[in-house]
Structure formats: C-alpha cells, structure tokens
Design a binder for this molecule. Structure first.
Ligand SMILES: O=C[C@H](O)[C@H](O)COP(=O)(O)O
Ligand SMILES: C=C(OP(=O)(O)O)C(=O)O
Length: 456
C-alpha cells in the first residue's frame, strides 16, 4: 500500500522538484492512495499518450501573449462539470458551435482575433465547499466530479474510485478528437457560423441585437465580395482547458517535452488553479509553477494585492509573455470595489498578465425552489464592471470565462428569452453549478460585443 505523499515510480516523468507538492498542504483531494486500484490507474495514465502536444501548448502561450498586449481577446467557455454521459457528438458539437458563434460576435465587437478555449476535454474534477453532503438524515461524501466519484446519492457511488481517472482520460481523448475534427474539418466555416447566428436573430426576443447582427452579416458579405480566402477561415484553433485540481491525475499526465526537456501537463493546453486551492504555500501553486503550460488563477473577492503579486512571482518569475492569466470572479456586487486594487498593483509592478472575467462564480444564489442558480443580469453586471475597472486603470480587459452549454437547459435566471424558476424542474442538468444556455451565451456575446465596440 502507498502512503499518502509517497512518490510513486510508474514511469511518470521525472524532473527535479516536480514532486515537491507531495510534501505540501494539498486541498480538495479524495483519500484514495490506499485504494487497491490506485497504483494501476496511476501507472496506466503515466504511460498513456499525452492528450496534447507541447508544441500546441507553446502556440497557445504565444496567442495569450497577444491577449496580454491587448491584441487579441480570450473566450473560455464550457461546462461547470463535464460528465461521462455527455461525451456524445451532439453535446460536444452544440458546445463547440456555441463557442464559435460567440467568438464570431466577439471578433466583430473587439475587431481583434479571439482565442477560443473550451472548459472541455478534462473539466471533470470539482472543488466543493463542504466535504460532506446531507440530505434528510443521510450524510455522504460530496460529489467531486466524475473523475473522482459518482453523483448518485448512495454510499457506493460516493466512494472515490481511481479507475475513474482512466475513464476521464479516455473521455477527454474522445472529446478532443471530435473538437479537432470539427475545427479542422470545415465545421468552423465563418459563413456557416454566421448562418447559425441568423437562427438566433429569428427569435423576436433578440431583436435588440439586430443592428450588430446586421453589421456582422454585411462584413461577411463584404469579405466574400472581396474574394477573402474562406478556405482558410474554415479552420480555427481551439484549445482545451480545465481546472488542475486533481494532482494525481495532472502528475500522471505530466511529460517531459522531447524538444526542450521541460515538463508539461499534457491533460489539456491550459490549466487553472481554483479559488479554493491557490494558497501560495500549497501543493497546487508549487506543482503548476514547475510545468510550462500557460496557467490561470482564479481570484475571488478576498484576494489581496500582495497575494496577486506573490502569485506572479511564484508562477511567472521570468515574466514570460502569455504564461499567466488572472481570472477574477468577484461577484457583481464586489467587482467595482475589489478588482481595482488588484489591477492597479499588477499594473504598477510592470508585470503583464492576461485579465479575464469569470462573471459566474461570484454570483451564485439559491432559488426559492432550492436550485443553485445565477441571474443573467448579475452576470452581465459583473462583465460591465470588469470593463469599467480596466478602462479606469488603463489596463486591458482580456477575456471572458463562462460556464455555458450549447443546449437549451434552464439553469440561470433571465435573459431576453426569459428563464424563470418554474423551468428548472426538467431542464436543469448541471451536476454542480448553473450554466448559461445556448441563447443566454449568445446574448452575452452580443452584449459584450457592444461594450467592446465602444472600447475599441
Ligand atoms: O464550480 C465551482 C465549485 O465547484 C462550486 O461552486 C462549489 O459548489 P458548492 O459550494 O456547492 O460545493
Ligand atoms: C470551481 C471553479 O471556480 P472557482 O475556483 O472560481 O470557484 C470553476 O471554475 O469550476
């Protein structure tokens, strides 16, 4: 049996310091190192092929360096928690389609390239506020994402099972394969994406976006008339991102890049550290400081300016362009007060990070009928606050990070095609946090495009 923290030699990449995290406080993990299947699952992941290639990861870092310079915009979107059952062509294509649609609208608004990234192909681990969940008089371990345990409220389902990491790996591979096929194989054709957006405009609830939708349409027609190379516009880059929460999984999928001799997390192109695990002396910050991927860190309302600066020091000591993205998730009520000191401190330090807004996680409420939800108006208010703060500080609002889906779910309240609480029964599918549905996601893109048109 392996003691917690013991280094397991199963072929996983060896690199000086890479295993230092094992000696540090490690939050939000299942207690499964003694499970009879742990070693074999870890071993299998350690020798499986990487899901992404380090060269692609470097390319993304270059794209993010452009964002940090204010020359591109970043869109990160996808599920709160991916599920194994949702690894289907329909669900994946709906998500990719929605992100591409949003990206076209944002590209027009920003008049800049949009870096497209899914919370996809790896977003299987969830941090929880509480280790236990109680329903009636039964208390069981919390659901921690399908990479760890099952959602069903039974004792058996909630036992962490390391074999789930292997299933998550294979599901991520299948998802990534389809994303690559879609985005390389013609699905991303700008003209097709524009046709999908026309479908959105047919709903009278969206008439207020007519002007900007018409402008985009004319721009596409103009490009066509000028003989623009639509062949090259049939393909697009699309990157995979997830929270690097489960360090056994991330460690097992770390590989040494044969070109540079440097370690990369190969479970996705971009990984982020969550609000609950970003302790300066914790295992997550240490581990991710040692891999070469571009990294995100979530910053909630309790973040102090000096913490943001120390995170830069730890995660990006070389000040490498595109290395670090700060994803603020303050809540609509806080952003105008809490974000400015952070943005100003980072600006004054001379460090260049990408600033992204996550307008979801600070705006969670419980609906009267018990569902976890978010109001579309609060989400949009936080986005507006984000732009205002950056405008006042003379810094660049670099992107959006949203929990969304391509399906017609009812999880967040509001939007022009209004969702109210009565729609939750039957159309609420998320296993953890509420997502914007397809229409709400596009509506957000139109609203952000309007703000960007004013900024640019
Ligand atoms: O997605 C984020 C977190 O996992 C989630 O907000 C935690 O939710 P909880 O407070 O229900 O545990
Ligand atoms: C858990 C998440 O966010 P945060 O760390 O900001 O709470 C998330 O993005 O899934």
């Amino acid at each position: 049996m392996t003691a917690p923290g013991e280094i397991i030699h199963t072929g996983a990449a060896e690199y000086p310091g890479l295993d230092r995290w094992r000696e540090l406080p490690l939050k939000q993990q299942p207690d499964w190192r003694g499970h009879p299947d742990f070693q074999s699952a870890y071993g299998e992941l350690s020798t499986n092929p990487p899901l992404v290639f380090a060269g692609e990861v470097d390319k993304l870092k270059n794209r993010l360096a452009q964002v940090a310079e204010g020359k591109a915009f970043l869109l990160q979107g996808g599920d709160c928690a991916e599920t194994f059952d949702d690894v289907t062509a329909d669900k994946i294509s709906a998500k990719v389609k929605t992100i591409l649609q949003m990206a076209v609208v944002l590209t027009y608004g920003a008049a800049l390239p949009v870096v497209k990234m899914g919370r996809m192909a790896g977003q299987y681990a969830k941090p929880r506020s509480s280790d236990m969940e109680t329903r009636g008089d039964i208390t069981l371990p919390s659901f921690r994402g399908e990479i760890v345990n099952g959602f069903d409220f039974t004792e058996e389902a909630r036992i962490p099972d390391p074999k789930r990491m292997v299933r998550a790996y294979h599901n991520s591979a299948a998802t990534l394969n389809l994303i690559r096929a879609f985005t390389e194989g013609g699905f991303a054709d700008l003209r097709a994406v524009q046709q999908w957006n026309k479908g959105f405009m047919e709903n009278p609830a969206h008439a207020k976006y007519e002007q900007i939708a018409g402008e985009i349409d004319r721009a596409v027609q103009f490009m066509q008339a000028c003989g623009a190379d639509f062949e090259s516009l049939k393909r697009t880059e699309f990157y995979a991102a997830h929270e690097a929460l489960l360090l056994d999984y991330e460690r097992a999928l770390t590989r040494i890049d044969s070109r540079t001799g440097q370690p990369y997390v190969t479970s996705g192109h971009f990984v982020w550290i969550g609000e609950r695990t970003r302790d300066l002396d914790g295992a997550h910050v240490d581990y991710l400081s040692r891999v070469r991927n571009p990294l995100g860190v979530k910053l909630g309302p309790t973040t102090k300016p000096e913490t943001a600066l120390e995170l830069i020091e730890k995660l990006d000591p070389e000040r490498e362009p595109g290395r670090l993205t700060f994803i603020s998730r303050m809540g609509a009520a806080n952003i105008r007060e809490k974000l400015p000191p952070l943005v100003e401190a980072v600006r004054d330090s001379g460090a260049k990070v990408v600033w992204v807004t996550d307008p979801m996680h600070g705006n969670t409420i419980t609906a009267k009928n018990g569902y976890k939800t978010r109001r579309f108006d609060d989400v949009m208010d936080e986005v507006r606050g984000f732009f205002e703060v950056h405008q006042a500080a003379g810094t660049y609002p670099g992107g959006l990070h949203v929990e969304m889906t391509g399906d017609d779910v009812a999880e967040c309240l509001g939007g022009s095609d209004v969702i109210d609480e009565s729609a939750f029964d039957g159309r609420y599918e998320s296993l953890v946090d509420p997502r914007l549905n397809h229409k709400q996601s596009l509506e957000m893109a139109f609203l952000v495009a309007e703000s960007l048109t004013k900024v640019s």
